[in-house]
Design a protein around this ligand. Structure first.
Ligand code: GCB
Length: 650
């Protein structure tokens, strides 16, 4: 059995690897593979206008009591048009829908190609990219699936339902409930107010412990796709290299047959076959490998091979063949006491924190916004981002793979502040969310680290067991990537920090503390770093820092909320980063890439204004400051040929 030369803490043997990879496969019957067309697979997008109704009954239960899924939605009451994908909150002029809490109902009647229904050799899968927060799905009145949690996909085979009554078409009903509890991720609480002298009857609000608007609805594409009855159910790859030979270890899981033939072919960018293998597991050897490199770390970043997996099997009726092609980037990730290594070279996160957020569409996947944001990241010279504070669309990770933008992949563990959110129910849901997240994103070369939470109450006693269990679980799921969570706790009392591979710390000196005094930043930031490193000797990322700036507000000398103040804060932080990068600081992620919507409150002026770009993606002064910094840091690596250097390539 071959040994994969993975360095540092993530050293594993192929034997162990196969054990790890097989673990991925036993978790669920639903395929985690992103739906792609191929010679054997067809796909039909169901994006566009859906029929919609919010259940405004006092207990929000009328839809279930009256069985709205049994008939066309328009037959059970008034409906409006609702775009998918999009949050529903900002689509209408109705403020009660903007702040609605409870079940909303979506419906769409779909024309399914007759051939798909007639051909008994096909599986017909309905997939929802994500919906916030709890979803139930019916096809022609028959319940086909339920899913808890936003930000992650779910799917069900619906061919069986359609074939029972081929004449009845395909009516898809999706009910989505945005109610959060202390056991959901993120947590939230419904507060009822019963004082009739102050509130109308039945008045309630939802309190959240996180700083972004709780957008809801069907946020990512809904689609139908086909596979043959015997199909590629999952693929897991782990990559390594030695000198100029690359290794791709793979495990394929096949659905629908106990025996099958598997052929795996790896192609380079020009479509030339560079390695092949047969069988459910194997190691592909790539001579003269093109490694996957981050943007601005190499002249040819984001190199992707294509791995074609072809499965064939026969039963007494016929022979089935399924083909699925997975993009594969060959790279390694390792962590030492003071460095984060990609392909054994020190990597510095010159990055940003983002949100999935836009006016009108809320958290709905938006292609123009996605491409614009990548253009802005590249303009900035940023090489990385964190998916604060939940998993982003798979389409965004695919783009990161192609452009060499490095990703810290965060689960929706944000706002875990109440001690009741550390109990067994919360932990067990958190473990399942990590299962789903790792299964979805494990093959993305851009994803280099998992973040299991943002700013939990990590000083509370139960945080020790909670994070020990959660981080161990995540490492069992994936032994090839470091695991972290983002902390704002005191270094001496943080109960989760002992279990992480990289310390990620947020601080807002001169903003939430000592407001108006950027001159305290050097001393306080220096103390922060020395304390954490002194206790843990682990590499540190400044995972958030920043200041609000209302675009167009100016002052000299700088005062809070002006563009000048935001820039002044950044510059003070940068001075300390420059010193500590020489030692153990391995990254800086500005809070935030762009202004974003929050709940209404007295500290937010139509949302959080810590973006270096406005919500409409116009740069504030700080964007230019950061751009100069990131390009000059990239140039210092000395790895870029002159023609990629700032500003020539812009
Ligand atoms: C934080 C949170 C982030 C907030 C930010 C702020 O620490 O992680 O979600 O938006 O601070 O601006 O307060």
């Amino acid at each position: 059995m071959a040994t994969l030369v993975l360095h540092g803490v993530f050293r594993v043997q192929v034997r162990d690897l196969v054990r790890v990879l097989v673990w991925f496969l036993v978790l669920d019957a639903v395929s985690p593979l992103f739906p792609r067309e191929s010679g054997s697979r067809e796909l039909k997008e169901l994006n566009g206008i859906w029929t919609f109704r919010a259940d405004r009954s006092p207990n929000r239960n009328q839809g279930f009591e009256d069985g709205w899924f049994r008939r066309r939605l328009a037959e059970t009451g008034p409906v409006i048009e609702m775009p998918v994908p999009a949050s529903y909150n900002d689509i209408t002029q109705d403020s009660t829908l903007r702040d609605f809490i409870g079940w909303v109902w979506y419906e769409r009647e779909v024309l399914v190609p007759a051939r798909w229904v007639q051909d008994q050799g096909l599986r017909l899968v309905l997939r929802v990219g994500s919906a916030h927060y709890y979803s139930m799905v019916w096809v022609n009145g028959v319940k086909v699936m339920e899913h808890e949690g936003g930000h992650l996909p779910f799917e069900a085979e619906i061919g069986t339902v359609l074939r029972k009554d081929p004449g009845s078409g395909c009516r898809i009903t999706i009910a989505v409930n945005n109610t959060l509890t202390l056991q959901t991720l993120p947590p939230g609480v419904i507060m009822h107010f019963n004082d009739p002298t102050r509130y109308p009857e039945g008045y309630f609000v939802q309190n959240i412990y996180f700083d972004f608007f709780n957008y809801a609805g069907i946020h990512r594409p809904v689609l139908l796709y086909t596979t043959p009855r015997v199909y590629v159910d999952d693929i897991t790859v782990v990559t390594d290299f030695s000198d100029n030979t690359g290794f791709v270890s793979y495990v394929v899981s096949v659905g629908g047959a106990s025996t099958s033939t598997v052929k795996v072919t790896l192609m380079d960018k020009d479509g030339q076959c560079v390695a092949s293998s047969t069988g459910l597991t194997g190691v592909l050897k790539v001579v003269d490998v093109n490694l996957w490199w981050p943007y601005l770390m190499h002249q040819n970043p984001g190199y992707l091979y294509s791995m074609e997996v072809r499965v064939t099997a026969s039963d007494e009726k016929s022979t089935y063949e399924d083909v699925y092609t997975l993009p594969v980037g060959i790279r390694t990730v390792n962590v030492t006491k003071s460095r984060f290594l990609i392909n054994n070279k020190p990597f510095f996160f010159n990055g940003v924190n983002k949100h999935e957020d836009a006016d009108i569409r809320g958290k709905g996947l938006d292609w123009p916004l996605m491409v614009k944001d990548f253009n802005l990241l590249k303009w900035l010279g940023a090489n990385s981002f964190r998916t604060s504070h939940y998993p982003y669309a798979e389409e965004i990770l695919q783009m990161s793979d192609r452009h060499g933008i490095v990703v810290i992949d965060e689960c929706p563990g944000v706002g875990i502040k109440d001690i009741r959110s550390f109990g067994n129910a919360s932990l067990s849901h958190h473990l399942s969310v990590m299962d789903e997240l790792v299964r979805r994103d494990k093959n993305h070369p851009s994803v280099v680290m998992w973040s299991v939470a943002n700013e939990p109450a990590a000083e509370m006693p139960p945080a020790d067991f909670y994070f020990k269990t959660l981080i161990k679980h995540t490492k069992d799921l994936d032994q090839t990537r470091p695991v972290t969570f983002i902390t704002d706790s005191n270094y001496a009392r943080d109960k989760g920090a002992p279990y992480v591979d990289v310390i990620c710390v947020n601080s807002y000196f001169s903003w939430y503390h000592d407001p108006g005094h950027p001159e305290v930043i050097p001393i306080q930031l220096n103390t922060q770093f020395e304390n954490w490193y002194g206790k843990y000797q682990k590499p540190i990322i400044q995972s958030e820092y920043g200041a609000d700036a209302v675009a167009g507000l100016h002052s000299d000398p700088p005062v809070m909320f002006t563009e000048e103040y935001q820039t002044a804060v950044l510059r003070r932080y940068h001075g300390v980063f420059d010193q500590k990068r020489k030692e153990y600081v391995v990254g800086e992620l500005i809070w935030n890439f762009a202004d974003f919507m929050t709940a209404q409150g007295i500290t937010r002026v139509v949302g959080n204004k810590k973006g270096i770009f406005t919500r409409q993606r116009q740069p504030k002064a700080a964007a230019f400051t950061l751009r100069e910094r990131y390009w000059s840091l990239a140039n210092q690596t000395g790895m870029l040929p002159p023609w990629t250097r700032y500003p020539c390539s812009l």
